[in-house]
Write a protein of this length. Structure first.
Length: 458
């Protein structure tokens, strides 16, 4: 797995930039191989090969079969290939340098801000005004959930297309909670009290997490701090303001989460577990709580017992004095489908993208991956699991108290990587909470002062 928080980047995709422009929607014309479907890019050459590079992670690759088959049906003379991997930075960076990147990429792991700044990705804004695949007379933008058309931009220009509607939180088994009469806490002191009860009365660990990828635990810790301090905290940190990381809310949250390790509330060895190991142990009932995104159910697959009753809930706040409500979550449109500027068949990549975000393909995505998507009505006729229902409940309860992610996590990859190191040190008790705060401020200051890093502001 890549050496960053593997799905933070996938969920992220809420900023974007671009540097080249594809043809906009127009009346279909005859290409070399076939007439494009109504509303498709008029410059698609149906005789050209097409390559889609899929991130073979939590959502797998089964979902790609339908859109690729639909593209083959539209352009029967095209040689359409799917390649997959988990080390996209290592696998695709050389191809970008050589000038032969894939035509469409599900980007997890490559630095989106750098790709945009170096003009290596295309402006895909024209997609929004194309006719939605399979919905004559309807524009793509009108099929999308609120916020999706605006997502995936840098400096106001759209270069990434989200495809999942994700939400992050804490997971537990409802039958397990009900069996013991445990009530999920809304504040961190209550969480620690529940952890003490769990440890005292059962042989189940209160928590586990994906220790080899510390960003999984950074997410909820930052959310606890956000709830304590309110939205201004996020703005200061995202804008790399001096001493933003020295805010007392961060230090208090770090103290609270470090107590999970200090008081023995973590499944033994959690700090050294991979995502699959920790998630498997959790599904087996060896821990009560685990932080993760909406892909958890699909990633577990058959490992999860049928009666697990997977349930997502918001991250606990710090106290009753919190400035943001308990229902606040990180969520919204996520994922990043990109068309490289130097692709051999960028118009074909854009057309495949148009097909992917069609209602029929997004319905299929939900069926196959058990995950929510960015297209209206994509859950119509789909039987939702307890996990999906709980995520929908979280999204509905959050209302306007939802934000996409901390923007610095999207904009500054080096800072993101360094935050993983700091989080690991905190949970290994190699850094005190105050020391963690100082370390994060040091990393942020280095980013702010580095002239080679393009800066963004909220």
């Amino acid at each position: 797995m890549i050496e960053v928080d593997r799905r933070t980047l996938l969920r992220a995709a809420l900023a974007g930039s671009a540097v080249a422009t594809l043809a906009s929607c127009a009346k279909p014309v005859q290409d070399k191989a076939a007439a494009p479907a109504a509303g498709s890019s008029t410059s698609v050459d149906g005789s050209k090969p097409l390559e889609f590079f899929n991130f073979d992670g939590g959502y797998g690759k089964e979902w790609t079969t339908m859109p690729l088959d639909l593209y083959r049906k539209e352009f029967p003379n095209a040689d359409v290939k799917l390649n997959s991997g988990q080390q996209l930075q290592q696998q695709l960076q050389p191809r970008f340098i050589q000038g032969n990147p894939p035509d469409l990429i599900e980007n997890v792991g490559m630095d989106g801000a750098t790709l945009a700044a170096k003009k290596q990705v295309m402006d895909i804004g024209s997609l929004l005004d194309m006719e939605a695949y399979g919905q004559p007379g309807v524009k793509v933008r009108d099929t999308l959930l609120p916020g999706v058309a605006e997502a995936g931009r840098y400096d106001g220009v759209k270069y990434e297309m989200p495809y999942v509607f994700g939400v992050g939180g804490i997971w537990y088994s409802k039958p397990l909670m009900d069996k013991h009469g445990w009530e999920y806490p809304k504040h961190w002191d209550e969480m620690l009290a529940l952890c003490a009860e769990i440890k005292k009365t059962t042989d189940i660990a209160p928590w586990t997490y994906q220790g080899k990828f510390p960003g999984y635990l950074t997410n909820p810790m930052l959310m606890t701090a956000y709830k304590a301090a309110g939205p201004d905290l996020k703005k200061k940190v995202d804008n790399l303001e001096p001493n933003a990381w020295r805010d007392p809310a961060f230090i208090a949250a770090a103290e609270g989460y470090q107590e999970l390790a200090a008081k023995g509330y973590l499944l033994e060895g959690s700090q050294a577990l991979t995502h699959t190991q920790s998630q498997t142990y959790w599904a087996q009932g060896k821990a009560v709580f685990i932080p993760c995104g909406g892909w958890l159910e699909n990633e577990l697959g058959d490992i999860a017992p049928k009666d697990l009753g997977m349930t997502m809930v918001p991250v606990p706040g710090m106290s009753s004095a919190d400035k943001a409500p308990f229902e606040t979550v990180t969520g919204g449109p996520g994922g990043a489908l990109i068309v490289p500027a130097k692709a051999k068949n960028p118009q074909g990549g854009l057309e495949l993208l148009r097909i992917i975000v069609s209602k029929q393909c997004m319905q299929n995505f939900t069926k196959v991956t058990k995950s929510l998507t960015v297209v209206k009505g994509a859950t119509d006729g789909v039987e939702l699991s307890s996990a999906n229902k709980s995520m929908q409940d979280v999204i509905e309860a959050a209302g306007t108290n939802m934000f996409s992610d901390w923007s610095w996590r999207l904009w500054y990859k080096k800072l993101l990587d360094n935050s993983d190191k700091a989080m690991a040190a905190l949970m290994n008790r190699e850094l005190t909470p105050d020391g963690w705060s100082k370390q994060m401020q040091k990393y942020a200051d280095e980013t702010a002062k580095d002239p080679s890093i393009k800066k963004f502001h909220v």
